[in-house]
Ligand binder design. Sequence first.
Ligand SMILES: Cc1cc2nc3c(=O)[nH]c(=O)nc-3n(C[C@H](O)[C@H](O)[C@H](O)COP(=O)(O)OP(=O)(O)OC[C@H]3O[C@@H](n4cnc5c(N)ncnc54)[C@H](O)[C@@H]3O)c2cc1C
Length: 411
Amino acid sequence: MAVSFSLSPEQRRLVAIARRFAEEELRPLADEVRAEPDPLRRALLARPTFEKAVGAGFLKGLIPVPFGGTAGSGVDAAILVEEWAAQSPDFVISMAGPLIALMPVYQVGTPEQIRRFVAPFLADSGAPVAAMAFSEPDGSVNFDAPPPAEGIRTTAVLDGDQWVVNGRKQWASHLPGWDGDGPDVMTIVCRTPGGVSLVVAEREHLAGHIEVEEYLDLPGLTGCLTARIALHDVRVPRENLLGAEGQGGELTRNAFFASGASIGTFATAAMRQAFAVAHRFATTQTRGGGVPIIAHQSVADVFADAKGRIEAVRLLSWRALDAVLSGDPAGPELALHSKVFGSETAVDVINDLVKVVGVTAYDRAFPLVRHLNEALAYPVIEGSNIGLRRRQLQAMLAAPGYDPLAASGLA
Ligand SMILES: Cc1cc2nc3c(=O)[nH]c(=O)nc-3n(C[C@H](O)[C@H](O)[C@H](O)COP(=O)(O)OP(=O)(O)OC[C@H]3O[C@@H](n4cnc5c(N)ncnc54)[C@H](O)[C@@H]3O)c2cc1C
Protein backbone atom coordinates (compact mmCIF):
# COMPACT_ATOMS: atom_id res chain seq x y z
CA MET A 1 0.00 0.00 0.00
CA ALA A 2 1.34 3.44 -0.90
CA VAL A 3 2.25 5.78 1.92
CA SER A 4 0.61 9.16 1.66
CA PHE A 5 0.73 12.03 4.12
CA SER A 6 -2.31 13.76 2.62
CA LEU A 7 -5.44 13.60 4.72
CA SER A 8 -8.36 11.72 3.18
CA PRO A 9 -11.74 13.50 2.78
CA GLU A 10 -12.95 11.58 5.89
CA GLN A 11 -9.94 12.78 7.89
CA ARG A 12 -10.55 16.37 6.77
CA ARG A 13 -14.10 16.00 8.06
CA LEU A 14 -12.70 14.63 11.33
CA VAL A 15 -10.46 17.71 11.66
CA ALA A 16 -13.50 19.96 11.16
CA ILE A 17 -15.71 18.04 13.62
CA ALA A 18 -12.98 17.80 16.27
CA ARG A 19 -12.04 21.48 15.88
CA ARG A 20 -15.65 22.61 16.17
CA PHE A 21 -16.12 20.62 19.41
CA ALA A 22 -12.81 21.99 20.72
CA GLU A 23 -13.68 25.61 19.96
CA GLU A 24 -17.33 25.48 21.02
CA GLU A 25 -16.97 23.26 24.11
CA LEU A 26 -13.38 22.90 25.24
CA ARG A 27 -12.16 26.49 24.89
CA PRO A 28 -14.87 27.91 27.21
CA LEU A 29 -14.30 25.00 29.60
CA ALA A 30 -10.55 25.78 29.69
CA ASP A 31 -11.34 29.44 30.51
CA GLU A 32 -13.59 28.36 33.39
CA VAL A 33 -10.98 25.90 34.67
CA ARG A 34 -8.29 28.60 34.66
CA ALA A 35 -10.49 30.84 36.79
CA GLU A 36 -11.29 28.21 39.48
CA PRO A 37 -8.66 27.92 42.23
CA ASP A 38 -9.88 24.69 43.89
CA PRO A 39 -8.46 21.54 42.19
CA LEU A 40 -11.51 19.34 42.81
CA ARG A 41 -14.09 21.96 41.83
CA ARG A 42 -12.24 22.79 38.62
CA ALA A 43 -11.92 19.08 37.66
CA LEU A 44 -15.66 18.63 38.18
CA LEU A 45 -16.37 21.52 35.78
CA ALA A 46 -15.55 19.10 32.94
CA ARG A 47 -18.42 16.72 33.67
CA PRO A 48 -21.18 18.31 31.50
CA THR A 49 -18.76 18.59 28.57
CA PHE A 50 -17.67 15.01 29.19
CA GLU A 51 -21.29 13.91 28.94
CA LYS A 52 -21.69 15.79 25.66
CA ALA A 53 -18.57 14.09 24.27
CA VAL A 54 -19.89 10.68 25.31
CA GLY A 55 -23.28 11.49 23.74
CA ALA A 56 -21.55 12.45 20.50
CA GLY A 57 -19.83 9.04 20.40
CA PHE A 58 -16.27 10.22 21.10
CA LEU A 59 -15.72 7.80 24.03
CA LYS A 60 -16.73 4.82 21.90
CA GLY A 61 -14.20 6.14 19.40
CA LEU A 62 -11.44 5.19 21.85
CA ILE A 63 -12.48 1.52 21.88
CA PRO A 64 -11.12 -0.68 19.06
CA VAL A 65 -13.68 -2.12 16.64
CA PRO A 66 -13.11 -5.80 17.65
CA PHE A 67 -14.15 -4.87 21.21
CA GLY A 68 -17.36 -3.08 20.21
CA GLY A 69 -16.05 0.45 19.69
CA THR A 70 -15.54 2.63 16.64
CA ALA A 71 -11.83 3.55 16.90
CA GLY A 72 -10.24 4.54 13.59
CA SER A 73 -6.57 4.52 12.61
CA GLY A 74 -3.66 5.92 14.62
CA VAL A 75 -3.61 9.00 12.39
CA ASP A 76 -7.33 9.54 13.08
CA ALA A 77 -6.55 9.36 16.81
CA ALA A 78 -3.71 11.87 16.40
CA ILE A 79 -5.98 14.29 14.52
CA LEU A 80 -8.61 14.19 17.27
CA VAL A 81 -6.09 14.46 20.12
CA GLU A 82 -4.26 17.39 18.52
CA GLU A 83 -7.44 19.38 17.89
CA TRP A 84 -8.79 18.79 21.39
CA ALA A 85 -5.47 19.13 23.22
CA ALA A 86 -4.89 22.47 21.50
CA GLN A 87 -7.77 23.81 23.64
CA SER A 88 -7.73 21.49 26.67
CA PRO A 89 -5.15 18.73 27.03
CA ASP A 90 -6.50 18.11 30.55
CA PHE A 91 -9.88 17.14 29.11
CA VAL A 92 -8.31 14.68 26.68
CA ILE A 93 -6.21 13.09 29.43
CA SER A 94 -9.29 12.73 31.64
CA MET A 95 -11.25 11.10 28.88
CA ALA A 96 -8.47 8.84 27.63
CA GLY A 97 -8.33 6.68 30.80
CA PRO A 98 -9.79 3.64 29.00
CA LEU A 99 -7.03 3.85 26.39
CA ILE A 100 -4.51 2.76 29.07
CA ALA A 101 -6.66 0.94 31.63
CA LEU A 102 -8.30 -1.36 29.05
CA MET A 103 -5.16 -2.13 27.03
CA PRO A 104 -4.27 -5.20 29.17
CA VAL A 105 -7.92 -6.30 28.96
CA TYR A 106 -7.66 -6.31 25.16
CA GLN A 107 -4.33 -8.15 25.36
CA VAL A 108 -5.14 -10.99 27.76
CA GLY A 109 -8.76 -10.60 28.91
CA THR A 110 -11.09 -13.58 28.68
CA PRO A 111 -14.21 -13.00 26.55
CA GLU A 112 -16.20 -12.59 29.79
CA GLN A 113 -13.72 -10.05 31.21
CA ILE A 114 -13.72 -8.09 27.95
CA ARG A 115 -17.51 -7.96 27.92
CA ARG A 116 -17.75 -6.81 31.56
CA PHE A 117 -14.86 -4.31 31.69
CA VAL A 118 -15.43 -2.68 28.28
CA ALA A 119 -19.24 -2.38 28.61
CA PRO A 120 -19.30 0.94 30.58
CA PHE A 121 -17.32 2.66 27.81
CA LEU A 122 -19.66 1.64 25.00
CA ALA A 123 -22.40 3.78 26.55
CA ASP A 124 -23.96 6.69 24.66
CA SER A 125 -24.70 8.68 27.79
CA GLY A 126 -23.30 9.45 31.23
CA ALA A 127 -19.65 10.06 32.07
CA PRO A 128 -17.89 6.71 32.56
CA VAL A 129 -14.24 6.94 33.61
CA ALA A 130 -11.35 4.48 33.92
CA ALA A 131 -8.07 4.68 35.82
CA MET A 132 -4.83 2.82 35.22
CA ALA A 133 -3.64 2.67 38.85
CA PHE A 134 0.06 2.13 38.38
CA SER A 135 1.86 5.09 40.01
CA GLU A 136 2.33 5.23 43.77
CA PRO A 137 3.20 8.12 46.10
CA ASP A 138 6.62 6.72 47.03
CA GLY A 139 7.79 6.07 43.47
CA SER A 140 6.75 4.07 40.46
CA VAL A 141 9.48 3.54 37.90
CA ASN A 142 11.11 0.63 39.75
CA PHE A 143 7.73 -1.10 39.97
CA ASP A 144 9.04 -4.47 38.83
CA ALA A 145 12.32 -4.40 40.78
CA PRO A 146 12.87 -7.78 42.42
CA PRO A 147 13.12 -8.10 46.24
CA PRO A 148 14.79 -6.93 48.42
CA ALA A 149 13.87 -3.67 46.55
CA GLU A 150 10.32 -2.64 47.39
CA GLY A 151 9.07 -2.23 43.79
CA ILE A 152 5.30 -1.86 43.73
CA ARG A 153 3.92 -1.64 47.28
CA THR A 154 0.19 -2.19 46.74
CA THR A 155 -0.70 -5.80 47.55
CA ALA A 156 -3.48 -8.23 46.66
CA VAL A 157 -3.91 -11.45 48.63
CA LEU A 158 -6.48 -14.18 48.10
CA ASP A 159 -9.17 -14.67 50.71
CA GLY A 160 -11.40 -17.47 49.47
CA ASP A 161 -12.69 -16.39 46.06
CA GLN A 162 -11.66 -12.77 46.41
CA TRP A 163 -8.53 -10.70 46.06
CA VAL A 164 -8.16 -8.24 48.93
CA VAL A 165 -6.28 -5.16 47.74
CA ASN A 166 -4.52 -2.67 50.03
CA GLY A 167 -2.14 0.16 49.21
CA ARG A 168 -1.82 3.75 48.04
CA LYS A 169 -1.97 5.15 44.51
CA GLN A 170 -1.35 8.60 43.08
CA TRP A 171 -1.43 10.57 39.82
CA ALA A 172 -3.63 8.48 37.51
CA SER A 173 -6.61 10.51 36.29
CA HIS A 174 -9.86 9.71 38.03
CA LEU A 175 -8.50 7.44 40.78
CA PRO A 176 -11.35 8.69 43.02
CA GLY A 177 -13.91 8.88 40.17
CA TRP A 178 -16.18 11.91 39.99
CA ASP A 179 -17.58 11.42 43.50
CA GLY A 180 -14.82 9.76 45.56
CA ASP A 181 -16.38 6.29 45.21
CA GLY A 182 -14.07 5.30 42.38
CA PRO A 183 -14.05 5.14 38.58
CA ASP A 184 -16.17 2.62 36.68
CA VAL A 185 -13.07 0.51 36.12
CA MET A 186 -9.71 0.66 37.91
CA THR A 187 -6.88 -1.53 36.63
CA ILE A 188 -4.63 -1.95 39.67
CA VAL A 189 -0.94 -2.80 39.40
CA CYS A 190 -0.17 -4.74 42.56
CA ARG A 191 2.02 -7.41 44.11
CA THR A 192 0.47 -10.85 44.56
CA PRO A 193 2.30 -13.96 45.85
CA GLY A 194 3.14 -14.77 42.20
CA GLY A 195 4.77 -11.38 41.43
CA VAL A 196 3.59 -8.10 39.88
CA SER A 197 0.01 -8.66 38.72
CA LEU A 198 -3.02 -6.75 37.45
CA VAL A 199 -6.46 -6.96 39.01
CA VAL A 200 -9.47 -4.97 37.89
CA ALA A 201 -11.72 -3.35 40.47
CA GLU A 202 -15.16 -2.15 39.40
CA ARG A 203 -17.02 0.69 41.02
CA GLU A 204 -19.13 -1.62 43.18
CA HIS A 205 -15.92 -2.99 44.76
CA LEU A 206 -14.35 0.43 45.30
CA ALA A 207 -17.23 2.40 46.82
CA GLY A 208 -16.57 2.87 50.53
CA HIS A 209 -13.03 1.49 50.28
CA ILE A 210 -11.27 4.54 48.81
CA GLU A 211 -9.86 7.23 51.05
CA VAL A 212 -8.94 10.39 49.16
CA GLU A 213 -5.88 11.76 50.97
CA GLU A 214 -5.45 14.81 48.76
CA TYR A 215 -6.59 16.32 45.47
CA LEU A 216 -3.44 17.56 43.75
CA ASP A 217 -3.00 21.11 42.49
CA LEU A 218 -1.03 20.76 39.21
CA PRO A 219 0.83 23.75 37.70
CA GLY A 220 -0.38 22.83 34.18
CA LEU A 221 -3.09 20.41 32.96
CA THR A 222 -5.02 21.97 35.81
CA GLY A 223 -8.39 20.42 34.92
CA CYS A 224 -7.16 16.85 35.49
CA LEU A 225 -8.80 15.07 38.40
CA THR A 226 -5.56 13.98 40.05
CA ALA A 227 -5.36 12.69 43.61
CA ARG A 228 -3.53 10.55 46.13
CA ILE A 229 -5.73 7.77 47.46
CA ALA A 230 -5.53 4.82 49.83
CA LEU A 231 -7.25 1.54 49.00
CA HIS A 232 -8.55 -0.19 52.13
CA ASP A 233 -9.53 -3.87 51.83
CA VAL A 234 -10.91 -3.58 48.30
CA ARG A 235 -12.47 -7.00 47.65
CA VAL A 236 -12.41 -8.08 44.02
CA PRO A 237 -13.62 -11.42 42.60
CA ARG A 238 -10.80 -13.89 41.97
CA GLU A 239 -11.69 -13.94 38.27
CA ASN A 240 -10.80 -10.22 37.94
CA LEU A 241 -7.09 -11.09 37.70
CA LEU A 242 -5.87 -10.17 34.19
CA GLY A 243 -3.69 -12.84 32.57
CA ALA A 244 -1.49 -14.77 34.95
CA GLU A 245 0.00 -13.80 38.30
CA GLY A 246 3.44 -12.30 37.62
CA GLN A 247 2.44 -11.04 34.14
CA GLY A 248 1.71 -7.54 35.43
CA GLY A 249 5.11 -6.03 34.58
CA GLU A 250 4.86 -6.91 30.89
CA LEU A 251 1.18 -5.92 30.68
CA THR A 252 1.85 -2.57 32.36
CA ARG A 253 4.70 -1.77 29.96
CA ASN A 254 2.50 -2.62 26.96
CA ALA A 255 -0.41 -0.59 28.34
CA PHE A 256 1.58 2.64 28.14
CA PHE A 257 2.86 2.38 24.55
CA ALA A 258 -0.17 3.96 22.84
CA SER A 259 -0.40 6.74 25.43
CA GLY A 260 3.38 7.25 25.14
CA ALA A 261 3.03 7.64 21.37
CA SER A 262 0.22 10.14 21.93
CA ILE A 263 2.50 12.40 23.97
CA GLY A 264 4.12 13.52 20.71
CA THR A 265 0.65 14.67 19.63
CA PHE A 266 -0.01 16.48 22.94
CA ALA A 267 3.38 18.12 22.51
CA THR A 268 2.45 19.19 18.97
CA ALA A 269 -0.80 20.73 20.23
CA ALA A 270 1.01 22.79 22.88
CA MET A 271 3.68 23.92 20.40
CA ARG A 272 1.18 24.84 17.71
CA GLN A 273 -0.80 27.04 20.10
CA ALA A 274 2.33 28.69 21.47
CA PHE A 275 3.67 29.25 17.94
CA ALA A 276 0.44 30.93 16.81
CA VAL A 277 0.46 33.31 19.79
CA ALA A 278 4.14 34.21 19.44
CA HIS A 279 3.93 34.53 15.64
CA ARG A 280 0.99 36.97 15.92
CA PHE A 281 3.04 39.03 18.34
CA ALA A 282 6.15 38.99 16.13
CA THR A 283 4.29 39.98 12.97
CA THR A 284 2.31 42.82 14.57
CA GLN A 285 4.55 44.26 17.29
CA THR A 286 7.44 46.64 16.53
CA ARG A 287 8.33 47.29 20.19
CA GLY A 288 9.23 50.85 19.15
CA GLY A 289 11.73 49.77 16.48
CA GLY A 290 9.76 50.75 13.36
CA VAL A 291 9.43 47.23 11.91
CA PRO A 292 7.60 44.10 13.15
CA ILE A 293 10.09 42.17 15.26
CA ILE A 294 10.05 39.23 12.83
CA ALA A 295 12.03 41.47 10.45
CA HIS A 296 15.03 40.94 12.74
CA GLN A 297 16.94 37.88 11.53
CA SER A 298 17.59 36.63 15.09
CA VAL A 299 13.84 36.61 15.80
CA ALA A 300 12.90 34.98 12.47
CA ASP A 301 15.48 32.23 13.08
CA VAL A 302 13.65 31.20 16.25
CA PHE A 303 10.40 30.84 14.31
CA ALA A 304 12.06 28.95 11.46
CA ASP A 305 13.64 26.44 13.84
CA ALA A 306 10.45 26.10 15.92
CA LYS A 307 8.27 25.42 12.90
CA GLY A 308 10.56 22.69 11.57
CA ARG A 309 10.56 20.96 14.94
CA ILE A 310 6.76 21.16 15.24
CA GLU A 311 6.30 19.54 11.82
CA ALA A 312 8.85 16.82 12.71
CA VAL A 313 7.15 15.93 16.00
CA ARG A 314 3.70 15.87 14.39
CA LEU A 315 4.81 13.40 11.70
CA LEU A 316 6.69 11.25 14.22
CA SER A 317 3.63 11.00 16.45
CA TRP A 318 1.35 10.14 13.50
CA ARG A 319 3.73 7.36 12.50
CA ALA A 320 4.12 6.14 16.10
CA LEU A 321 0.38 6.06 16.82
CA ASP A 322 -0.33 4.39 13.51
CA ALA A 323 2.32 1.74 14.20
CA VAL A 324 1.25 1.05 17.80
CA LEU A 325 -2.46 0.86 17.07
CA SER A 326 -2.02 -1.32 13.99
CA GLY A 327 0.28 -3.78 15.76
CA ASP A 328 3.34 -2.93 13.61
CA PRO A 329 6.45 -4.39 15.33
CA ALA A 330 8.06 -0.93 15.01
CA GLY A 331 5.37 0.48 17.32
CA PRO A 332 7.14 0.24 20.69
CA GLU A 333 10.35 1.94 19.52
CA LEU A 334 8.49 4.67 17.63
CA ALA A 335 6.21 5.26 20.63
CA LEU A 336 9.27 5.85 22.80
CA HIS A 337 10.74 8.36 20.32
CA SER A 338 7.41 10.17 20.08
CA LYS A 339 7.27 10.33 23.88
CA VAL A 340 10.88 11.34 24.58
CA PHE A 341 11.72 13.47 21.54
CA GLY A 342 8.24 14.98 21.31
CA SER A 343 7.99 16.00 24.96
CA GLU A 344 11.48 17.45 25.26
CA THR A 345 11.22 19.28 21.93
CA ALA A 346 7.99 20.91 23.10
CA VAL A 347 9.62 22.26 26.26
CA ASP A 348 12.55 23.66 24.25
CA VAL A 349 10.42 25.15 21.46
CA ILE A 350 7.93 26.86 23.77
CA ASN A 351 10.72 28.16 25.98
CA ASP A 352 12.36 29.67 22.86
CA LEU A 353 9.03 31.27 21.89
CA VAL A 354 8.74 32.79 25.37
CA LYS A 355 12.23 34.27 24.97
CA VAL A 356 11.46 35.75 21.56
CA VAL A 357 8.26 37.45 22.78
CA GLY A 358 10.16 38.82 25.73
CA VAL A 359 8.81 40.11 28.99
CA THR A 360 5.24 40.44 27.66
CA ALA A 361 5.08 36.64 27.81
CA TYR A 362 5.70 36.73 31.54
CA ASP A 363 2.19 37.85 32.31
CA ARG A 364 -0.39 35.20 33.19
CA ALA A 365 -2.92 37.05 30.99
CA PHE A 366 -0.70 36.61 27.91
CA PRO A 367 -1.59 33.14 26.56
CA LEU A 368 1.87 31.65 26.16
CA VAL A 369 3.41 30.46 29.43
CA ARG A 370 0.29 28.33 30.02
CA HIS A 371 1.48 26.13 27.14
CA LEU A 372 4.95 25.83 28.68
CA ASN A 373 3.26 24.63 31.87
CA GLU A 374 1.42 22.00 29.84
CA ALA A 375 4.59 20.96 28.02
CA LEU A 376 6.59 20.64 31.26
CA ALA A 377 4.32 17.73 32.17
CA TYR A 378 5.06 15.71 29.05
CA PRO A 379 8.62 14.55 29.88
CA VAL A 380 7.48 13.32 33.31
CA ILE A 381 4.00 11.86 32.73
CA GLU A 382 3.13 8.59 30.97
CA GLY A 383 6.40 7.16 32.31
CA SER A 384 9.10 9.74 32.90
CA ASN A 385 11.76 10.05 30.21
CA ILE A 386 14.67 9.55 32.60
CA GLY A 387 13.14 7.04 34.98
CA LEU A 388 11.36 4.80 32.46
CA ARG A 389 11.29 5.69 28.79
CA ARG A 390 15.01 6.07 28.06
CA ARG A 391 15.63 2.88 30.04
CA GLN A 392 13.16 1.10 27.74
CA LEU A 393 15.05 2.50 24.74
CA GLN A 394 18.32 1.37 26.31
CA ALA A 395 16.96 -2.19 26.59
CA MET A 396 15.98 -2.15 22.89
CA LEU A 397 19.24 -0.65 21.67
CA ALA A 398 21.33 -3.09 23.72
CA ALA A 399 19.34 -6.20 22.73
CA PRO A 400 21.24 -8.72 20.57
CA GLY A 401 20.28 -8.36 16.92
CA TYR A 402 18.88 -4.81 17.25
CA ASP A 403 18.47 -3.47 13.71
CA PRO A 404 18.67 0.33 13.49
CA LEU A 405 16.61 0.31 10.26
CA ALA A 406 13.73 -1.75 11.66
CA ALA A 407 11.73 1.15 13.11
CA SER A 408 11.62 2.85 9.71
CA GLY A 409 10.45 -0.33 7.98
CA LEU A 410 13.52 -0.16 5.70
CA ALA A 411 15.34 -3.17 7.20
C1 LIG B 1 -1.75 14.53 34.62
C2 LIG B 1 -1.07 13.25 34.98
C3 LIG B 1 -1.62 12.04 34.54
C4 LIG B 1 -1.03 10.82 34.91
N1 LIG B 1 -1.64 9.65 34.52
C5 LIG B 1 -1.21 8.49 35.05
C6 LIG B 1 -1.95 7.28 34.85
O1 LIG B 1 -2.96 7.25 34.15
N2 LIG B 1 -1.54 6.15 35.51
C7 LIG B 1 -0.45 6.15 36.31
O2 LIG B 1 -0.17 5.13 36.91
N3 LIG B 1 0.33 7.28 36.47
C8 LIG B 1 -0.04 8.43 35.88
N4 LIG B 1 0.70 9.58 36.08
C9 LIG B 1 2.06 9.49 36.68
C10 LIG B 1 3.15 9.37 35.54
O3 LIG B 1 2.89 8.33 34.65
C11 LIG B 1 4.64 9.23 35.95
O4 LIG B 1 5.36 9.23 34.76
C12 LIG B 1 5.06 7.99 36.69
O5 LIG B 1 4.44 7.95 37.95
C13 LIG B 1 6.58 7.95 36.88
O6 LIG B 1 7.01 9.14 37.52
P1 LIG B 1 8.50 9.33 38.04
O7 LIG B 1 9.50 8.98 37.02
O8 LIG B 1 8.59 10.71 38.61
O9 LIG B 1 8.64 8.19 39.17
P2 LIG B 1 9.50 8.02 40.44
O10 LIG B 1 9.48 6.56 40.74
O11 LIG B 1 8.99 8.96 41.49
O12 LIG B 1 10.98 8.42 40.05
C14 LIG B 1 11.48 9.77 40.21
C15 LIG B 1 12.76 9.97 39.41
O13 LIG B 1 13.84 9.21 39.96
C16 LIG B 1 14.76 8.83 38.92
N5 LIG B 1 14.83 7.34 38.91
C17 LIG B 1 14.24 6.48 39.78
N6 LIG B 1 14.59 5.21 39.52
C18 LIG B 1 15.40 5.24 38.44
C19 LIG B 1 16.07 4.25 37.68
N7 LIG B 1 15.96 2.95 37.94
N8 LIG B 1 16.82 4.65 36.60
C20 LIG B 1 16.92 5.96 36.28
N9 LIG B 1 16.29 6.95 36.98
C21 LIG B 1 15.56 6.60 38.04
C22 LIG B 1 14.17 9.38 37.61
O14 LIG B 1 14.76 10.62 37.32
C23 LIG B 1 12.68 9.54 37.93
O15 LIG B 1 12.06 10.50 37.10
C24 LIG B 1 0.15 10.80 35.70
C25 LIG B 1 0.73 12.02 36.10
C26 LIG B 1 0.12 13.23 35.77
C27 LIG B 1 0.73 14.51 36.24
